[in-house]
Design a protein around this ligand. Structure first.
Ligand SMILES: C[S@@+](CC[C@H](N)C(=O)[O-])C[C@H]1O[C@@H](n2cnc3c(N)ncnc32)[C@H](O)[C@@H]1O
Length: 253
């Protein structure tokens, strides 16, 4: 049954409803991710960050140095970015949810003792950076939640230097019909119950919202086209695990 906050988040992707939902599930977010993806979510971020760095090296530029991870949540992608980029790189991790950033802060005390990742509370639609300030920008499982994804992509293009890298990791739907049918079973039967019991917020089941938002968000070439229109090109779209997750990589024109 949908609660008030789910209905609001689904209908209008109201930033306040989205922020409340993630604030509610923040303390259990990492555990839920690990259980629901059987630990695979870490490998997706690591593969994505490594691919971005490899593309930059192939272009003869070495690893990017000034990174931003948007909708960074509990800082897992920021950590993967830092590991892939190696010494000399720094990452800013932004999110608009203070509870998610609190979990990130605790984690970084242990995982980033040198303090190479900075946390900042910011909306993806209004990033606190001057134009062209960054070499690389990543976002994992966040763009689907932003009220206006096209505007967010435009904001990403604004803060990246020309030639800067934009990497987007997001859920999608498998391409093969058989894989899509299997995923549908998991999605409709298993995930809402499991996800609901692990990550039920005070105001409802965030995973019902998750299921609906994945089904309505563009993936594959459709999303790559969003990126091209926003100022990136060429853009590659790579399916992970039959297309359950997609990795998009583009360069700011
Ligand atoms: C599914 S979580 C992903 C967190 C993290 N990137 C990861 O890989 O686990 C989505 C995050 O996006 C954040 N978010 C959603 N809309 C946002 C916006 N407009 N501005 C900033 N953060 C936003 C939420 O607070 C939440 O932490």
């Amino acid at each position: 049954m949908s609660t008030d906050v789910e209905v609001r988040a689904r209908a209008a992707k109201s930033p306040r409803a989205i922020a409340e939902m993630f604030g509610d599930i923040a303390p259990r977010y990492d555990l839920a991710n690990s259980l629901l993806s059987a630990g695979l979510h870490h490998s997706w971020r690591c593969a994505a960050a490594a691919d971005l760095v490899a593309a930059s090296r192939r272009a003869g530029e070495g690893a990017p140095r000034r990174w931003l991870d948007v909708c960074g949540g509990t800082a897992d992608f920021a950590l993967a970015d830092l590991r892939a980029a190696g010494p000399g790189a720094g990452v800013v991790c932004t999110d608009f949810s203070a509870p998610m950033l609190r979990v990130a802060k605790d984690k970084l005390r242990r995982r980033d003792p040198a303090g190479r990742i900075d946390l900042a509370q910011a909306d993806a639609l209004r990033l606190p950076f001057r134009p062209g300030a960054l070499d690389a920008l990543t976002i994992a499982f966040g763009i689907r939640n932003v009220a206006d994804p096209r505007r967010a992509l435009g904001e990403f293009a604004r803060v990246l230097r020309p030639g800067g890298w934009c990497g987007v990791l997001e859920f999608g739907l498998p391409v093969l019909p058989a894989a899509r049918a299997l995923y549908g079973l998991y999605f409709n039967r298993v995930l809402p119950r499991l996800g609901g019991s692990i990550a039920r917020g005070r105001r409802g089941n965030a995973y019902a919202y998750f299921r609906d938002s994945v089904h309505t968000f563009p993936c594959g070439d459709a999303f790559a086209e969003f990126m091209r229109t926003a100022g990136f090109g060429p853009v590659s779209a790579t399916p992970f695990l039959f297309g359950i997750v997609w990795w998009y990589l583009g360069r700011r024109r």
